[in-house]
Write a protein that binds this ligand. Structure first.
Ligand code: G1P
Length: 296
């Protein structure tokens, strides 16, 4: 498989779980410490060598386009004020070699349909899909970088997985592996199912929002009928892909925060603040003091 150059970011969802915060602000723009969720996902894609970012948006998502565009007035003012570091940080959001594309998903027909909306821009090459809600902290190489290498070596699609308690399998896509993981923490799939009941789940390996897919998926997405929740599911198209190609699942090395939930988003904020170069010391002492007071 050739290098992965393109990434699709489905960002059309309403974000009802975060209302009222998301009434006028896309959920992907919610910050974790000082960066919006979508920027973490784009940075992960850039690290994996991806140059073309394709956002599948809807009519409330203009702030995402603005975030990845230059802001002449802001940059001019920061320059005049001699605020070099801030200027650099604003300019670095999208390096010069990276391009952004936007396509609208006109109807909320599901994740599979959102990915299909990017078909003409992706064309006939393998590509990545990143769900910004799933924020991944990696100690070393990012999850997507490892997955892109695996996909290249094996000329196949690769999805990210992690183990979850049985009580949670019904919230995710769940894989049915052929056997145990190989030396690269990777499983070959014989099946994959969207949000199964705990008693029907083929494993407790749940899909996290990172995918490398071959372009064959578009043909299958175009034929996929509505599935779980009445939506066109990406998981169902991946299940159909298995009749044509091998598909692998990589158990990545890193911590995944479910920033689509309030608790997951709070955990991400606390833990990213504890690692943030500017904040970590003061934040640690604050937490320490807070916990001491709570105990009393
Ligand atoms: C989507 C996918 C699901 C996957 C999950 C990861 O579900 O449909 O297979 O496990 O993302 O976050 P959603 O969270 O959009 O319901």
């Amino acid at each position: 498989m050739m290098n992965i150059r393109k990434a699709v970011f489905p960002v059309a969802g309403m974000g009802t779980r975060f209302l009222p915060a998301t009434k006028a602000c896309p959920k992907e723009m919610l910050p974790v410490v000082d960066k919006p969720l979508i920027q973490y996902a784009v940075e992960e894609a850039i690290e994996a060598g991806i140059t073309d970012m394709i956002f599948v948006t809807s009519w409330t998502k203009r702030p995402i386009e603005d975030h990845f565009d230059s802001n002449f007035e802001l940059e001019y003012k920061l320059e005049q004020a001699g605020k070099k570091e801030l200027l650099e940080c604003v300019r670095a959001i999208i390096p010069d070699h990276v391009n952004c594309f936007y396509v609208r998903q006109k109807e909320a027909l599901g994740l599979g349909h959102a990915v299909l909306c990017a078909r003409d821009i992706v064309g006939d090459e393998p590509f990545a899909v990143l769900l910004a809600d799933d924020l991944i902290y990696s100690h070393q190489e990012s999850a997507l970088t490892t997955m892109a290498q695996l996909a290249s070596q094996r000329s196949s699609s690769v999805v990210a997985v992690e183990t979850v308690p049985e009580s949670q399998v019904s919230q995710y896509g769940v894989i049915d592996p052929v056997n145990g993981p190989d030396e690269e923490q990777t499983y070959q799939l014989k099946g994959i199912v969207e949000k199964p009941k705990a008693e029907d789940a083929p494993s407790n390996l749940s899909v996290v929002g990172r995918y490398i897919l071959t372009p064959k998926i578009f043909e299958l997405l175009a034929q996929t009928q509505k599935g779980r929740g009445g939506e066109i599911q990406l998981t169902d198209a991946i299940a159909a892909l298995l009749a044509h190609e091998s598909v692998f699942a990589h158990q990545f090395d890193g911590i995944r925060y479910d920033c689509g939930s309030k608790l997951g988003h709070m955990k991400a904020n606390v833990e990213f603040a504890m690692r943030h170069p500017e904040l970590k010391e003061t934040f640690h002492s604050y937490l320490h003091e807070l916990l001491r007071q709570v105990k009393v």
